[in-house]
Design a protein around this ligand. Structure first.
Ligand code: SAH
Length: 214
């Protein structure tokens, strides 16, 4: 059973100060990250690493994203309360929980069944209720589209066309695109068939794979 002790809170404050030294200065994002106990999303044997700025292995050979990466992606989304947001790659659920601090209508898709199940257990502990789906994020959620924002937390070889379709005009998608490493893209849908693309540095994500895992 996880607890959030004064020691964890102290480590979390240090993580936030460390993010500031890396140039992350979005106060809303830093506050949200200060409110989410990242160690809840890890195996208890790895708890001591929870507040370092590093990716850590979770189930199914996947990784929880680095805090600085979570901060960057969350910042680029420019969230406002009540927005409809789709996340691809629930993984541990940590990024989802940070998004949940922004009072959104939140949907998240994971292709690994074990992670889909475990993340929901963690969400229950934290009393948050994103709408969780087990499926292929390349397809998005056509039944719930369009979305104000889409965030992809795995490395896509190319920009998934279905996700572009499911974005509102004026909406933003934040997605790392590339093979070995990925360029973080912020894509703004300026018109039904027009997009503006901006680049925000190189990152290393686990790959975005097609179809559900068995
Ligand atoms: N935000 C998560 C990142 C986990 S790693 C966290 O911080 O814990 C990326 C996740 O994307 C993995 O769990 C992987 O299984 C998932 N993934 C990869 N391809 C996917 C796809 N096509 N649809 C949904 N999830 C996918």
């Amino acid at each position: 059973m996880h607890t959030d002790s004064p020691r964890h809170k102290g480590l979390r404050n240090r993580m936030i100060e460390n993010l500031r030294t890396k140039g992350i200065n979005d106060e809303k994002v830093l506050q949200a990250m200060n409110e989410v106990p990242r160690h809840f999303f890890l195996d208890s044997s790895l708890e001591n690493l929870a507040y370092d700025d590093r990716a850590i292995e979770i189930l199914c050979l996947q990784t929880i994203s680095k805090p600085s990466t979570v901060a960057t992606q969350t910042h680029l989304l420019q969230l406002q309360p009540r927005m409809k947001v789709l996340e691809i790659g629930t993984g541990s659920g940590y990024q989802t929980a940070v998004l949940a601090r922004f009072n959104l209508i939140l949907y998240t898709i994971e292709r690994q069944r074990d992670l889909y199940i475990q993340a929901q257990e963690t969400f229950k502990l934290l009393n948050i209720r994103p709408k969780c789906f087990y499926g292929d994020g390349y397809k998005g959620l056509p039944g719930f589209a369009p979305f104000d924002r889409i965030i992809v937390t795995c490395g896509a070889k190319e920009i998934p066309v279905d996700l572009l379709k499911q974005l509102k005009v004026g909406g933003i998608m934040v997605i790392p695109v590339g093979n070995q490493t990925q360029t973080m893209l912020k894509i703004t849908k300026t018109n039904e068939n027009e997009f503006q693309k901006e680049e925000f540095g190189e990152f290393a994500f686990v790959p975005m794979l097609e179809n559900k895992a068995k």
